[in-house]
Write a protein that binds this ligand. Structure first.
Ligand code: G3P
Length: 220
């Protein structure tokens, strides 16, 4: 189960959020989670998982997992290996790492077999309905054209959140893209989302701690 309401911070591969900088940012997210008593999950680069998972209390997720079992699969990332090194879950099907439905099914099977929680991204309410049938632990609705922008999904496309919440009643719906303010978050929650997926608004903020504190205050 993904604890909700939740704020997922996707580190992507931004320079501010990889390697040493990833550890610093992860500790900030951990501190904000404890100080505000809110659920924060971070999605970090695969190579950063072991050190970060040892260094923070909040759940650490991978940004993807590959659809293979252990064996002769050079260069692919195993779900079991992520788990062994401290990942508690994984994002899947992000619009920057899109999977075909057949590959997504296999990735979900591999993640579930390794006891990783799964958050599957979807771009539309139709896609949300489709991926819900694969029973992920949460679905994150993100319109790709708003990702990395200053315009939030909750102000530009509130109907997308509402439609997705209506279309999928048995999997928690999160939403993301362009989220920067407390108001963006509280609107999303009022529309039925159980949390948010955010990246640049925190990762590339001049003051990530302040930015994250403001966002999580909108979850309540
Ligand atoms: O995974 C989160 C994401 O795609 C949203 O990115 O930069 O618009 O918060 P951003």
């Amino acid at each position: 189960m993904i604890p909700t309401p939740v704020c997922i911070v996707n580190f992507k591969s931004y320079p501010n959020a990889t390697g040493r900088n990833a550890l610093t940012l992860a500790k900030i997210c951990d501190k904000v989670s404890q100080a505000t008593n809110t659920q924060i999950i971070i999605c970090v680069q695969t190579a950063d998982i072991p050190l970060i998972a040892k260094s923070v209390k909040i759940p650490v997720f991978a940004q993807n997992v590959d659809p293979y079992e252990a064996g002769a699969h050079t260069g692919w990332v195993l779900a079991e290996n992520l788990k062994e090194h401290g990942a508690q879950g994984t994002l899947l099907n992000h619009s920057e790492h899109k999977l075909s439905i057949d590959v997504l099914k296999k990735c979900l099977l591999r993640a579930k077999a390794a006891h990783l929680l799964t958050i599957v991204c979807a771009e539309t309410s139709e896609e949300a309905r489709l991926v819900a049938s694969l029973k992920p632990d949460a679905i994150a609705i993100e319109p790709p054209e708003l990702i990395g922008s200053d315009i939030s999904v909750s102000s530009a496309k509130p109907e997308l959140i509402e439609q997705s919440v209506r279309a999928v009643s048995f999997v928690p719906i999160l939403c993301g893209a362009g989220i920067h303010t407390k108001d963006d978050v509280s609107k999303a929650i009022k529309l039925g989302a159980k949390g948010i997926l955010v990246s640049s608004g925190v990762v590339n903020s001049p003051n990530p701690e302040k930015a994250l504190k403001e966002l999580v205050s909108g979850l309540r």
